[in-house]
Design a protein around this ligand. Sequence first.
Ligand SMILES: C[S@@+](CC[C@H](N)C(=O)[O-])C[C@H]1O[C@@H](n2cnc3c(N)ncnc32)[C@H](O)[C@@H]1O
Length: 161
Amino acid sequence: MGILLETPSVPLQRCPDLEIRIDTPKGRGVFAAKNIPAKTIIDICPVLLLGMQENIDHIEHTSLFHYTYNWPNLDSKSEKKSAQAVIFGLGSMFNHKHDQNVVWVRDIDRLIITYRAARDILAGEELCISYGSHLTFKDADVPELPPPETEIEQLNHIQID
Ligand SMILES: C[S@@+](CC[C@H](N)C(=O)[O-])C[C@H]1O[C@@H](n2cnc3c(N)ncnc32)[C@H](O)[C@@H]1O
């Protein structure tokens, strides 16, 4: 009897109750078309790990740079370094929200990310992850404060009887 070799594989799964909206204050975004219960798998996405130098020489100069994730990696001296990775599937479409409703887990060895609902998500809500605190763009969720001059002008208009 021969040895049964199992083909290495990752079963894929995507929540069907989703839609892309194309004209939001954050550009395109992923929205719930129906209620989605907490812990539902939203998507399982394959990952392309970029070479450190490839990223510096090329990707950082393209719009793709705004879609990459940090990915733990080892350099040529086996020291831990943060590389960049391109995420295929919906992983590249989630916008940022400080109070995110989607969480994600890396499978480093198999180059996969799994996204799940962090809580119950209502139909019509946007599905967002957190990009952390160092954003490279103006967060559309944060209201614009009036410039100081405007505040002074406003105070000047307050009449005291
Ligand atoms: C990974 S892409 C997300 C998909 C993107 N909205 C699109 O249309 O392709 C990241 C980009 O989306 C935009 N974005 C994400 N979250 C945002 C937010 N909270 N406020 C404003 N823009 C946001 C920024 O332009 C950011 O560089």
